[in-house]
Design a protein around this ligand. Structure first.
Ligand code: DP6
Length: 311
């Protein structure tokens, strides 16, 4: 039996759309931070037949089954009993597939002695869910061409940012990221502009991280987030992942910034708001978001490490 852990990551420069080629490749480079405060723990052991338990419930997950079949096309892997547990809401825009595939390949790699290094694990995780490639690493992480294996940009200690997650709904989303981004690629009039801007956004964010320039990172990260949601909203049929409380939290973050707090927001394909801040602002940000009507739960996080075997 082998157990691995991984954390979700949140993209500060996002991707939304895949390349028209095999390998589950994002259409544009992207950049994330790994969150220590949310954890997926995955255990694999040999069994008579494959079986997957997600949060203590037996699960038929076509994405995981397809991915396992693909892995078995390259490696000799016996039937596996897989249990995976998230200590945070699953499938609600908190990147559970990212930490899930990162923990799973890490556990299988160790258990079945596949001999993969972290970059190769990142590539396999990406084939399961593209953002999962980034959860192999801690701190600040980029997913870039030509290999589309994630690369660590900076360790957590380089710039120990904090993240306050405001959970505004615990419902699983009705349109998956994969289906949503394909809809956007085919129908949003803004999709081409969105792709065109990605390289500039990525360069600006990388420079801001290297220089620890919070204001510059805030500007480019909020812009990348809102451009992605503009593409979603202008898809046919329209994709809207926000609740009224998501919008109230974004307004709240802007007000906090006007009051002098170092904070910006980012939102993925779900209703949760992630407020990224300097440690000196974290208490004020958490208090303001907790007091926002419609916020169900606050999760606080520092930046975390990459996927690892724990036993
Ligand atoms: C909005 O990587 O979860 O979080 O590969 O289909 O599983 P699949 O999609 P996924 O989509 C993530 C989209 C995003 C932006 C980002 O993480 O860059």
């Amino acid at each position: 039996m082998t157990t691995a852990q991984a954390h979700p990551n949140i993209a500060l420069v996002k991707y939304w759309g895949k390349q028209d080629s095999p390998g589950n490749l994002p259409a544009a480079q992207n950049l994330s931070i790994t969150l220590a405060g949310l954890t997926t723990t995955t255990r694999v052991s040999e069994a008579d037949d494959d079986g997957i338990w997600l949060n203590d419930k037996p699960t038929e997950d076509a994405k995981i089954s397809r991915w396992l079949a693909r892995l078995r096309g390259t490696f000799d892997i016996p039937p596996l009993h897989i249990t995976s547990h998230n200590d945070f809401p699953t499938s609600a825009g908190l990147a559970s597939s990212a930490s899930g595939f990162a923990a799973l390949i890490t556990a299988i790699n160790a258990h079945c002695q596949l001999g993969l290094n972290a970059e190769m694990c990142s590539e396999w995780a990406r084939m399961g869910s593209a953002s999962a490639a980034r959860s192999l690493f801690g701190g600040f992480v980029a997913l870039v061409p030509p290999l589309w294996q994630a690369v660590p940009l900076a360790m957590s200690a380089h710039w120990p940012l904090e993240v306050v997650v405001a959970v505004t709904s615990n419902e699983a989303k009705t349109v998956s990221s994969g289906a949503g981004m394909e809809r956007s690629r085919l129908t949003s009039p803004f999709y081409k502009t969105w792709l065109r801007d990605a390289a500039t956004d990525f360069a600006q964010a990388s420079q801001a991280i290297a220089a620890k320039d919070f204001g510059a990172l805030a500007t480019v990260a909020e812009s990348s987030c809102l451009k992605m949601h503009s593409v979603m909203l202008t898809s046919q049929p329209s994709l809207s992942y926000w609740t009224p409380a998501s919008i109230a939290c974004m307004d709240g973050v802007r007000s906090l910034r006007e009051e002098g707090q170092d904070v910006f927001f980012t939102v993925d394909a779900g209703p949760q708001i992630k407020a990224v801040c300097l440690p000196s602002s974290a208490d004020a940000v958490a208090a303001a978001l907790a007091a926002t009507p419609g916020v169900l739960q606050i999760i606080r996080s520092t930046l975390g490490e990459g996927a690892r075997v724990i036993g």
